[in-house]
Design a protein around this ligand. Structure first.
Ligand SMILES: *[C@@H]1O[C@H](CO)[C@@H](O)[C@H](O)[C@H]1NC(C)=O
Ligand SMILES: *[C@@H]1O[C@H](CO)[C@@H](O)[C@H](O)[C@H]1NC(C)=O
Length: 201
């Protein structure tokens, strides 16, 4: 490639690449993906702490209304510190509740879902966390939810969240729950931003 066209390529695609920087691992193959990302004006350390402070989720999260850390038998632990290979009881609203919510917002029982998941990644170096549905065999429901934080530039702590649904049940999820799940990821990102920026003041 001649130098001029290299320069041209850099000018054309440089800004695009810069805005597409992601700290999520490459997506696995799947049938349906729900995802959201948002810039938060707060230090990454504060955002990371809030992401793992599951006990506070009922105060702000319209999608994952409650996340309880449990042992391998599903017994909720006194020590709610998220650790790899601990389990999670997640109570989700699909579609999400209308924000804002707090710990007293009543659930919509018709849209409440409980899932039992394994914490597969808690990495404070890469700022990535993931948990994976294990209630059903992978062949029926293969779904792993990733969250990642990064600082692409001085005016943004980037929060990214993604879940790829990869198997049979996903077909049903795709048909019946896809719009509600996608809305859940979007509302969760917006309310997480509001919550963390509130903590930063
Ligand atoms: C900072 O990064 C975010 C996310 O990639 C992008 O949306 C924003 O435009 C960037 N801001 C500046 C000033 O470069
Ligand atoms: C849970 O995740 C951890 C960390 O990736 C893994 O070592 C463990 O085998 C998983 N357990 C189950 C039951 O899936």
């Amino acid at each position: 490639m001649r130098p001029t066209s290299t320069l041209f390529t850099a000018l054309l695609f440089g800004p695009l690449l810069a805005t597409c920087q992601s700290n999520l691992p490459p997506p696995s193959a799947g049938i349906f993906t729900a995802q959201a990302s948002i810039c938060i004006q707060a230090p990454i350390e504060l955002a990371w702490t809030a992401l793992l402070d599951f006990a506070s989720y009922p105060k702000w999260n319209p999608f994952a209304r409650s996340m309880k850390v449990a042992n391998g038998l599903g017994v909720v632990l006194d020590d709610q510190t998220p650790q790899e290979n601990r389990r999670l009881w997640i109570q989700a609203q699909i579609p999400p509740l209308e924000p804002p919510v707090n710990e007293n917002t009543p659930p919509n029982v018709l849209h409440s879902q409980v899932s039992f998941e394994n914490i597969t990644t808690i990495d404070s170096t890469t700022r990535r966390a993931s948990w994976r549905a294990i209630m059903l065999p992978d062949i029926l429901l293969d779904a792993e939810r990733w969250s990642a934080l990064s600082v692409p530039n001085s005016s943004c702590t980037l929060y990214e969240s993604r879940e790829v649904f990869g198997s049979l049940v996903s077909l049903l999820v795709d048909l019946s729950m896809a719009p509600g799940l996608q809305k859940g990821f979007e509302y969760q990102a917006a309310e997480y931003k509001r919550y963390v920026e509130g903590l930063a003041i």
